[in-house]
Design a protein around this ligand. Structure first.
Ligand SMILES: [Zn+2]
Length: 208
């Protein structure tokens, strides 16, 4: 807020009072302009938080719950909220029957989010000429995997060929674990490797 007399934004808060009514939080400020000395009042009011429907995905599961947010706030994809399942990142916002990237919460019906408390779970396939060893791995969400990486996993040393993410198949570049669905690899006859994922194996299966 700026001084209504001189336009300065060097404002000192002399006093503030909070008022709560049925629907609103109101904060009344007594302010003083540090440039011209003018004393004035300002009122900020926020609508009281109300529960919003939120669907939180966590690994293979999803939780339907609610989260209390002020309808006066704005919500955007990528925002981090604190839910009963810990921190979640907003991945979808439904307004009416449309999905939007950003909205005033007032208009929002449903929020989709994914947990960022927990490691990312990805699939990892080792192609053994027809047979496939398939693993589920738990990785730090920002762990980076690139096509061409040489990886030790279980009793294999493999080279990453293709990374399937939520949106595309990568044969170059890199991807972070939180967007990876599955990594495809083939054994190589190396003794050295870039990193070892054996300790990250959550489950091994022939095929999933
Ligand atoms: Zn002023």
């Amino acid at each position: 807020m700026d001084c209504p007399i001189c336009g300065s934004d060097e404002i000192e808060i002399l006093n503030s009072k909070q008022k709560t009514s049925k629907k609103k939080f109101t904060e009344e400020y007594l302010l003083k302009c540090e440039d011209c000395g003018h004393v004035f009042k300002d009122v900020v009011s926020l609508k009281k938080p109300r529960p919003y429907r939120i669907i939180i995905s966590e690994q293979d599961k999803s939780h339907k719950t609610t989260i209390d947010l002020s309808p006066s706030d704005e919500l955007e994809i990528g925002d981090v909220l604190l839910s009963e399942f810990g921190q979640v990142e907003v991945s979808g916002i439904e307004v009416g029957d449309k999905r939007v990237k950003k909205s005033q919460l007032e208009d929002v019906n449903t929020i989709w989010a994914s947990s960022i408390e927990i490691p990312a779970r990805i699939g990892f396939s080792v192609d053994l000429h027809g047979e496939v060893d398939s693993y589920k791995l738990d990785l730090e969400r920002d762990f980076e995997i690139a096509p061409g990486d040489v990886v030790k996993i279980d009793n294999h040393i493999v080279k990453v060929h293709v990374i399937k993410t939520q949106e595309r198949k990568l044969t170059s570049g890199f991807a972070k674990a939180n967007v990876i669905k599955r990594v495809y690899s083939k054994p190589v006859k190396f003794n050295n490797y870039d990193y070892d994922l054996t300790k990250n194996i959550f489950k091994k299966s022939e095929r999933d």
